[in-house]
Design a protein around this ligand. Structure first.
Ligand SMILES: NC(=O)C1=CN([C@@H]2O[C@H](COP(=O)(O)OP(=O)(O)OC[C@H]3O[C@@H](n4cnc5c(N)ncnc54)[C@H](OP(=O)(O)O)[C@@H]3O)[C@@H](O)[C@H]2O)C=CC1
Ligand SMILES: O=C(O)C1=N[C@H](C(=O)O)C[C@H](O)C1
Length: 270
């Protein structure tokens, strides 16, 4: 069987470079191209050296539509606005798109979901096995404990991160809300400043830290009077996200059009 040809959008970014390396080192797939935004200083550069690898004889272009035409699957870790356009392209061309981008508005997310009508869309706010397991545990713990336990989601990331709370923090908060059988958006408290008043019973709170080169730390805290339960995940290297994204692309081969998540890919459902 021939290798799956994978294209990487945002290939010169922090995750893009990890993805070039991961795809090159994974059996059953090859790097078939990569794009950056028009005007990028990386246009024309060979993809291999971007990831500390030998030359691949594939250069960075800004033609995402052409990339979709020449590959079997595309992996996208860019920005919400760009990702919405790529989801539309995946739908138009009936291709696999693995989305790692976070920070979508509800409207942007709806546009991505719509692309599942004719594209194969696999989306995960966090591609690591550990975080998806943490989300399952969070849902189960939240289902057992009542509202005497205040739920807070804490996250810390590197100074370059532009969205907050992280996609992973929101994934964990949504898992907690699902466990409690409540509407996440109705109980989410996404920012406290000034005279906030007392904490509302049943709220799911978020706390965000930014600094240094932290890859991604997440804790879900269940705080009651006189006892606190914490479950945490700490990412030590972006390779864990790249590994998950490539696994998702390979998993998606021959799947019918639709929207899928990492629980589907990792087989972690209930
Ligand atoms: N799901 C997961 O497991 C993970 C998700 N992420 C998410 O992935 C996203 C990217 O993170 P990260 O790699 O750190 O960010 P970077 O800023 O390092 O990389 C993003 C890259 O995408 C490029 N880009 C922007 N728009 C386009 C476009 N239209 N076409 C092609 N390339 C484009 C950027 O170029 P330029 O700099 O010129 O704008 C940049 O090179 C974030 O949303 C982050 O939260 C990150 C890690 C793990
Ligand atoms: O921007 C990042 O770096 C990360 N983003 C994702 C998120 O928003 O949760 C995943 C990971 O934590 C790293």
């Amino acid at each position: 069987m021939s290798d799956m040809k994978i294209g990487i959008i945002g290939c010169a970014g922090r995750m893009g470079r990890m993805l070039i390396k991961q795809v090159s080192e994974t059996a059953g797939c090859t790097v078939a191209g990569g794009t950056e935004a028009p005007g990028s200083s990386f246009l024309g550069e060979d993809l291999g050296p971007l990831a500390g690898q030998v030359k691949l004889d594939a250069v960075v272009t800004d033609d995402t539509a052409a990339l979709f035409d020449t590959v079997d699957a595309v992996i996208d870790f860019t920005s919400p606005k760009a990702t919405v356009q790529h989801a539309k392209l995946a739908a138009e061309k009936g291709k696999i798109l693995v989305i790692g981008t976070t920070g979508m508005t509800n409207e942007e997310q709806a546009e991505i979901n719509a692309a599942g009508s004719s594209g194969v869309i696999v989306q995960g706010a966090n591609m690591s096995l550990g975080v998806n397991l943490l989300a399952q545990l969070t849902r189960k713990v939240a289902a057992i404990l009542d509202e005497d336990f205040d739920i807070e989601v804490l996250e810390m990331h590197h100074r370059h991160k532009v969205d907050a709370p992280s996609g992973t923090a929101l994934l964990l908060g949504k898992a907690a809300a699902e466990g409690r059988n409540v509407d996440h958006d109705a109980v989410a408290d996404r920012g406290r400043d000034g005279i906030t008043g007392e904490r509302k019973r049943g709220d799911i709170g978020y706390a965000v830290l930014r600094g240094g080169n932290v890859v991604g730390d997440h804790t879900v805290m269940f705080a009651a009077d006189n006892e606190i339960i914490e479950i945490s995940h700490k990412a030590g290297d972006r390779a864990i996200f790249a590994r998950g994204a490539v696994r998702a692309a390979l998993w998606a081969k021959d799947k019918p059009a639709g929207t899928y998540d990492m629980m589907d890919v990792l087989g972690l459902g209930d």
